[in-house]
Design a protein around this ligand. Structure first.
Ligand code: ATP
Length: 450
């Protein structure tokens, strides 16, 4: 099945309350989006699926939630105040700012060159400045009096929280190598590249894990985490493997801290783009923080009697980017039970925003108490929706369009036989089940889904 074009997703996302352009009543804000009632559920479900796979279902990884505004020395030690730059060019005519590599890649659309082969502004054709470095971190001030406070930074990644808490977590949780610390949280980057939907935004959520291990085992763990994460995208998010690939960075592309990075990439409608970077960060970060803080962040191996600084493998994923991909992958237009076109989001049930919709056949008052009773019965188990407006056909379409795997229909026969109809999103099959067995029947169709 080919991936749909982005416009279909952006329009559905807005129409059905997944993702809105931020502050649209004021004309929006570049590279910022607001997550609506269904988007917030989808995002939470993806985050939880990640947390389950990395933390809850493993013995060797624990969680963390570190402060966002923290001691600015963290960003000095990590190299972010020095090196977290993108080279940028400005247009002398229209004053827009661009990343030269993205002009070349055509990310701003077709751009022309001048007689000497230099790129012209993709917006107005004007002359561009020489590239200058531009720091991607947002700065703010901590303290009551403007101008007198300490400068603090909004975190551009979550990883440093795991490094500065390495010793605290290791000691508190009595951890031995190898072990990981995971965190899912908002990050901020002063991105100037025009974003495509939530692919690149100023504020975005990341899901990162730092896996500390012995230096000689790092290469093996690197391969292990690439395989694990690839499997997660296929099995949990439901991505077609034909649209996933692993791309190893060229030596000149590697970050200053990395001994090897492989990206998991997705074939977006506009080409391959990164979903997750999996880096072998060596002992760079722990050493940098140890030197900068003067604290001992080494590890003592009781079995071998050695003391050393652990290596780190980091799978760093974008939650909001994954949300866009989950929508792209789930989207389909196909015939409904009457042969008319229906739009359907075939989300894996675990990430679907709503799991079960309760739909009385009509709005007739005689059905309402029974339908409400059925709704109350299943509410404690799954995210539900109750909908009694418009025809049953239109309500099925609405639920298909937001990806609800199951609908439960209460009709007039229910009042006599205490049975309801379960309708499945994908097969559109309908089965009559007694209310007494409804929770079990739904659980059977939603294995492992909460
Ligand atoms: P890119 O090259 O696309 O800017 P990156 O290599 O800078 O990404 P990392 O620092 O490796 O990204 O961050 C890990 C993940 O966080 C990325 O794979 C991506 O999914 C996500 N991410 C990074 N920047 C953004 C952003 N501005 N908006 C949304 N997601 C982002």
């Amino acid at each position: 099945m080919p991936a749909p074009d982005l416009d279909a997703i952006v329009s559905l996302a807005k129409r059905r309350g997944f993702v809105f352009p931020s502050a649209e009543i004021y004309g929006g804000f570049a590279n910022a989006y607001d997550y609506g009632p269904l988007g917030v559920e989808l995002k939470r479900n993806i985050r939880e699926a990640w947390w389950r796979a990395l933390v809850r279902e493993r013995d060797d990884v624990v969680g963390l939630d570190a402060a966002m505004l923290t001691n600015p020395e963290v960003w000095v030690a990590s190299g972010h105040t020095e090196t977290f730059h993108d080279p940028l060019v400005d247009c002398r005519a229209c004053r827009r700012r661009f990343r030269p590599d993205h002009i070349e890649e055509g990310q701003y659309g077709e751009a022309a060159r001048d007689d000497e082969g230099r790129w012209r502004c993709p917006n107005c054709g004007g002359e561009l400045t020489e590239p200058r470095l531009f720091n991607l971190m947002f700065r703010t001030e901590v303290g009551a009096v403007a101008g007198e406070g300490a400068t603090a930074y909004l975190p551009p990644e979550t990883a440093q929280g795991m490094f500065v808490n390495f010793k605290g977590v290791k000691d508190a949780m009595r951890r031995k190598l190898p072990f990981g610390i995971a965190q899912a949280r908002v990050s901020f980057r002063n991105e100037i590249t025009p974003g495509r939907f939530v692919f690149r935004t100023l504020e975005f959520e990341q899901m990162e894990m730092e896996y500390f291990c012995r230096p000689e085992s790092a290469a093996g763990w690197h391969r292990y985490w690439i395989d694990e994460r690839l499997r997660w995208y296929e099995e949990v998010i439901g991505i077609d493997p034909a649209r996933l690939r692993v791309r190893a960075h060229e030596p000149e592309e590697l970050s200053h801290y990395s001994a090897g990075t492989s990206d998991i990439e997705y074939r977006f409608p506009w080409g391959w783009g990164e979903l997750e970077g999996i880096a072998n960060r060596t002992d760079y970060d722990l050493r940098a923080h140890a030197e900068h803080s003067g604290q001992d962040l080494s590890y003592f191996d009781e079995e071998t009697g050695e003391r050393f600084t652990p290596y780190v493998i980091e799978p760093a994923a974008g939650l909001t980017r994954t949300l866009a991909v989950a929508m792209l992958e789930a989207y389909a237009v196909e015939p409904d039970e009457n042969g008319r076109d229906r739009t359907v989001l075939r989300f894996p049930a675990a990430i679907a925003p709503v799991k079960v919709a309760v739909l009385p056949l009509s709005k007739k008052p005689a059905l309402t108490p029974m339908a409400r009773r059925v709704h109350q019965l299943i509410r404690p188990f799954w995210m539900t929706q109750y909908d009694e407006t418009q025809s049953i056909g239109r309500r099925y379409r609405r639920q298909d369009e937001i990806g609800t795997p199951l609908c439960v229909t209460v009709d007039f026969a229910t009042l006599e036989d205490e049975a309801v109809t379960i309708r499945e999103r994908d097969s559109q099959a309908q089965t009559r089940v007694p209310i007494a067995g409804l929770v079990d029947a739904l659980a059977e169709r939603l294995p492992g889904v909460r």
